[in-house]
Design a protein around this ligand. Structure first.
Ligand code: 5MM
Length: 335
């Protein structure tokens, strides 16, 4: 088994998933200001180290995606953040894209940037302890979108990124996110997500990326948040499984979903149903940002010194998702 395949499998072993704590400073500022906490480097670190040192990390979180600021910070107990995460039995990872920018040629769409100088930045992050990385392409659905152009250029960037990451002995998380914003039906989401994922794999193969050494981070198949088309959680799970079965090559060891704006319990319930009905050989787990952090952030904001209380809320969410990653969750376990 290759070293990269080992890292990927370890991150997702025994019901573990990924904590996406890679909000850029702009996004983290919105999150903190949303709960009336000033967005200073100290506060961003305090919230994040509270999660990274919670007991739920060891059983439920196999990897943490960090942002550039955080991977270089030192905790209040004088641990370098990647060391703290490793001590908790989890793998430190890093977001390496530099954000989604307006796509020339189709200005209502986005292309993710960050390839210039990436090889050098990867060497630095690897030295800081990163075992894996993340790059997110974003696509919106409407009558004419995503365009062939957006699908093509984002897949190309994801593949160039992945090849460079593997060259530096880290596992790339490949995140093509088809957004849930809009009036589209679940069937539109199914069609567009399938097209996006297939194109990503065409490019990954062209760039000679070792598919056994990646983790795919897709969206679930959902109706748009302004859609009249309401579908059940069972249908979400079945459509998601059908899409991934038909578009992901069997060599890929694991899939870790993004939550994409679903509520915490909805993201857990859908993941649980996906696992209860999993008719693929893929590990199906989570790489949640909002769906792992929302309640913890809300409680923490009431008293930022309430470390224990915040960790309790986070541990619960992490446990619920870990059970869901094994198809063992049920509603009565929620408090
Ligand atoms: C944690 O949020 C990440 C995005 O941050 P920026 O927009 O500031 O770059 C994001 O990539 C995240 O990792 C995924 O979208 C999953 O997060 P959710 O909240 O959708 O589970």
């Amino acid at each position: 088994m290759s070293e990269l395949n080992n890292i990927a499998l370890k991150i997702l072993e025994k019901g573990k998933g990924i904590l996406a704590a890679d909000e850029s400073t702009g996004t983290m500022t919105k999150r903190l200001e949303g709960v009336k906490v000033p967005s200073t480097p100290e506060n961003r670190l305090l919230f994040r180290e509270t999660l990274f040192s919670a007991s739920g990390m060891s059983d439920c979180i196999g990897g943490v995606i960090l942002y550039d600021e955080t991977i270089k910070q030192t905790s209040s107990k004088k641990n370098k953040i990647p060391e703290l995460i490793s001590k908790m039995g989890s793998a430190p990872g890093i977001k390496v894209d530099t954000g989604a920018k307006v796509l020339a040629g189709s200005p209502e769409e986005k292309i993710t940037e960050g390839l210039d100088g990436l090889r050098e930045r990867l060497i630095e992050y690897h030295k800081l302890g990163a075992k894996f990385t993340k790059w997110r392409g974003v696509y919106n659905i409407s009558k004419n979108y995503p365009s062939k152009l957006a699908i093509h250029v984002n897949a190309h960037a994801l593949a160039r990124y992945s090849a460079l990451v593997q060259e530096c002995n880290m596992v790339p998380i490949v995140e093509p996110e088809v957004l849930m914003d809009g009036e589209h039906s679940a069937n539109d989401c199914y069609e567009k997500t399938s097209e996006v994922i297939k194109k990503c794999f065409d490019e990954l193969i062209l760039h000679k990326v070792d598919l056994k050494g990646i983790i795919l981070k897709p969206n679930m198949i959902l109706a748009g948040n302004k859609s009249k088309d309401k579908i059940s959680n069972e249908e979400v799970a079945n459509l998601t499984l059908k899409c991934l079965k038909n578009s992901v090559p069997s060599e890929v060891p694991g899939i870790a979903f993004l939550s994409g704006g679903q509520s915490e319990v909805e993201a857990t319930e859908n993941l649980d149903l996906i696992n209860k009905n999993n008719n693929t050989n893929f590990i199906m787990s989570y790489s949640y940002g909002r769906a792992l952090q929302q309640s913890a952030l809300k409680l923490w904001s009431k008293n930022i010194q309430n470390i224990e209380g915040t960790q309790k809320v986070f541990n619960h969410r992490a446990k619920m998702n870990s059970l869901a990653a094994q198809g063992k969750w049920s509603k009565d376990l929620e408090i």
